[in-house]
Design a binder for this molecule. Structure first.
Ligand code: ADP
Ligand code: MG
Length: 696
């Protein structure tokens, strides 16, 4: 049994290490920078750098890297060693404050969506002291932000940090109105639940689609899928258990609070949930978690799939973004309180979130848009593409009572007078938990369930923080002018409920009735990525980001462009992989089988007439399907070539890829899957769904 408390965080340069190793005044200065975002003087940075280096070298590190989160969705790093010549043919290990604080990676190979002029390829990384440095594989990792020389942001972390500051500022204004003078900061917290698949590495390597696209492009339905519901929370197989154990230990070493692990609904699907932390730490840690999942899986002869939909016919993988706001004194602002005053404050933060989600449905929707997630959202499994909020029966009843100025009839009858009545007790884990809602209130936090499993949580949280901050800003503007706070507060809460209750829905979000009902309510239904992404640049959306200085208009346009490009590239790679696999693996298998069948048929015909035999019928069926396969294959190939004419207009290109490439791939897949079900096993060399899903 390992001593977990002693290994926890042992690879991070965390607060207790800093306290122990830094001179007192340096520690104080750094703590102030971390807590308040103040500038760190170079002489202080020099002391920190030296101490970090000594600590890292003692732990076997030889290199350091500025670790950042470009728009690729994965993290980037460039390693430099600590060595420095000492003049006598020897070296010393050195690391300066300048090297800690700033790096200069060549920015030209990272997506900028047209922001960075080609003649200005330089970019720089700047240390983010709010996230602890850590050691991984003999390298000291320094979390950083990434910008161009002109100051345009090129990463996902900078806007996230900005959005947290904006929310802090606006939420504090509200707290002050409620007479709270002690809270110094409001932080947003996130606990991301991470789903993933684990399959055998050998089998993974035999499928080009898994290797290149992270998902299977073909695969006939196996005889057994998830219909028996026997995998969810089922007992964990020894190989998976060994993987999970090592993963947890690794995560703990990096100070990541991995807490829950279990089997998920689909065969070979699992989930890991950490205890929540401050949003930017959560974002860094989730990236690290995804990296570690892959590398630890590799060590166990497994492949970890983070794609949103690796397999058709069984559930895909998402990421649940549990989000809340809390003060530096530990008060969760989405936690209903015990006094009328606390309740009024809770209700205000609650309705602010409701209004934000309603006003900016499009932004939230696009924050979960990607080629991979298009397979889930709106496709009858994960939350639908329509944004709505689940509040649960009790809270919904409370809001309805406020809206109509009537009594709330729960366990007891209460007249909901804001600021004067205690809320009826709302159980944290309401029994009617609704798993179909995209945005569910779960007692003291909201669970945003639309994110794809491979997503960085940065963009969704940047958006969530900014839109909630905007509504809090509107509320504060109004209430700061008030001469009768209690009365105006009640009016504001009632008005907000009244104007935004259309976004609340407690029923089954997967049903067709909801789609119709949502349309009647005027809610958006942005079915796919190409419909969702263009809303990024709507005037109201640019305004909210510019007002709070989270993004400039140019930065939003560039982000939209990058996301559309990403969509196009993803589908293009999938199409090319599909074409390649059909030509090199599937057609040869079909031909070989047909060849054997026809030889047998000829032999039988020589001996007499054998019409209507198995061989003849099978051959005819396969032959028809083969022709269909080839026709569709040619169409797909032609369309991928045609797409080249559209370069320059990324939105048109993305639409073309959806309609003419992706749709064709879907049709082609149906034919291939049918062929797979007809062709003999020894001919079909690709691992089947049964092989893959039950490989561990
Ligand atoms: P589920 O039943 O959906 O698995 P859990 O109660 O296990 O939900 O919690 C899921 C996640 O929510 C965990 O990561 C947990 O740390 C996180 N969480 C709990 N409270 C908060 C909060 N105040 N802010 C953000 N995340 C939170
Ligand atoms: Mg959950």
């Amino acid at each position: 049994m390992k001593d977990i408390p002693s290994i926890f965080g042992c690879m991070t340069f965390n607060d207790s290490v800093m306290r122990k190793r830094l001179p007192k005044d340096t520690y104080k200065a750094l703590s102030k920078t971390i807590a308040e975002g103040t500038h760190l003087e170079l002489d202080v940075a020099n002391v920190v750098a030296n101490s970090m280096k000594d600590w890292a070298v003692e732990k076997g590190a030889t290199h350091y890297t500025h670790w950042f989160q470009p728009m690729t969705g994965v993290t980037a790093e460039k390693h430099d060693s600590f060595i420095s010549p000492s003049g006598d043919g020897k070296i010393i290990m050195e690391f300066s404050g300048t090297e800690l604080v700033r790096g200069e990676p060549d920015a030209s190979s990272f997506p900028s969506g047209g922001l960075r002029a080609t003649f200005e390829a330089r970019g720089y990384t700047a240390w983010d002291p709010t996230s602890y440095a850590f050691i991984k594989e003999d390298t000291l990792y320094i979390p950083t932000v990434f910008c161009s020389y002109g100051g345009e942001i090129l990463d996902k972390k900078t806007p996230l940090l900005r959005s947290m500051e904006v929310l802090d500022k606006q939420a504090l204004r509200i707290l002050r109105l409620f007479g709270n003078t002690t809270a110094k900061r409001v932080i947003t917290t996130v606990g991301p639940e991470q789903e993933y698949f684990l399959i055998d590495k050998e089998i993974y390597l035999k499928r080009l689609d898994l290797l290149f696209c992270g998902r299977t492009l073909f695969g006939a339905k196996p005889p057994k899928g998830q219909e028996l519901d026997d995998h969810y929370f089922g007992s964990i197989k020894p190989r998976v258990a060994a993987f999970m154990k090592e993963l947890e230990e690794e995560l703990w070493k990096f100070g990541i609070l991995a807490k829950t692990k279990h089997n998920e609904v689909a065969p070979a699907q699992h989930e890991l949930a950490p205890i929540f932390s401050t949003t930017n730490l959560s974002a860094d840690q989730n990236q690290l978690t995804m990296d570690l999942m892959k590398s630890v899986a590799n060590k166990h002869g497994l492949a970890c799939l983070l794609h949103e939909k690796p397999f058709a016919g069984v559930n895909g993988s998402g990421k649940h973004n549990n989000w809340s706001m809390s003060t530096d004194t530990g008060h969760n602002l989405l936690e209903p309180g015990d006094t009328p005053y606390e309740n009024a404050q809770f209700l205000l933060f609650l309705v602010a979130t409701i209004k934000a989600v309603d006003d900016y449905q499009d932004l939230l929707r696009l924050s979960a848009a990607s080629a991979g997630n298009d397979h889930r959202l709106g496709a009858n499994e994960a939350p639908p593409a329509i944004i709505s909020i689940f509040l649960g029966e009790e809270l919904d009843g409370v809001l309805a009572a406020i809206d109509t100025d009537s009594d709330y009839i729960g366990k007891q009858k209460v007249h909901m007078e804001i600021g004067a009545t205690v809320l009826p007790h709302i159980p944290k884990d309401s029994t009617d938990r609704n798993r179909t809602s995209p945005f569910a209130f779960t007692g003291n936090k909201f669970e945003f369930r639309m994110l794809g499993s491979s997503f960085s949580i940065s963009c969704p949280n940047t958006i969530l923080n900014t839109i909630v901050a905007e509504v809090l800003c509107q509320f504060a503007d109004e209430l700061e002018q008030s001469t009768n706070f209690k009365e105006d507060l009640a009016k504001l809460i009632r008005r907000t409920i009244h104007n935004h209750k259309r976004i609340i829905f407690n029923g089954n979000n997967y049903s067709d009735e909801w789609v119709q009902e949502a349309a009647r309510r005027g809610l958006l239904n942005l079915k796919s990525t190409v419909e969702a992404l263009p809303t990024y640049t709507l005037e109201k959306n640019i305004n909210v980001f510019e007002k709070h200085k989270v993004y400039t208009s140019a930065e939003i346009h560039s982000r939209c462009e990058i996301l559309l490009e990403g969509y196009v590239k993803t589908i293009n790679i999938e199409a090319l992989t599909m074409i390649d696999m059909i030509k090199k693996e599937i057609i040869p298998a079909i031909i070989e089988y047909q060849n054997d069948l026809s030889q047998l048929l000829t032999r039988k015909q020589v001996c007499g007439t054998f019409e209507n035999t198995l061989e003849e019928k099978l051959l005819a069926k396969i032959s028809t399907l083969s022709t269909e396969l080839f026709t569709k294959l040619e169409e797909l190939e032609n369309n991928t070539v045609k797409s080249q004419d559209l370069h320059g207009d990324t939105l048109a290109l993305a639409k073309f890829f959806k309609e003419a490439v992706f749709e064709k791939m879907t049709e082609l897949r149906v034919v291939v899957d049918e062929l797979e079900s007809l062709v003999g096993r020894k001919y079909w060399k690709l691992p089947t769904y049964s092989d893959i899903l039950y490989s561990v």
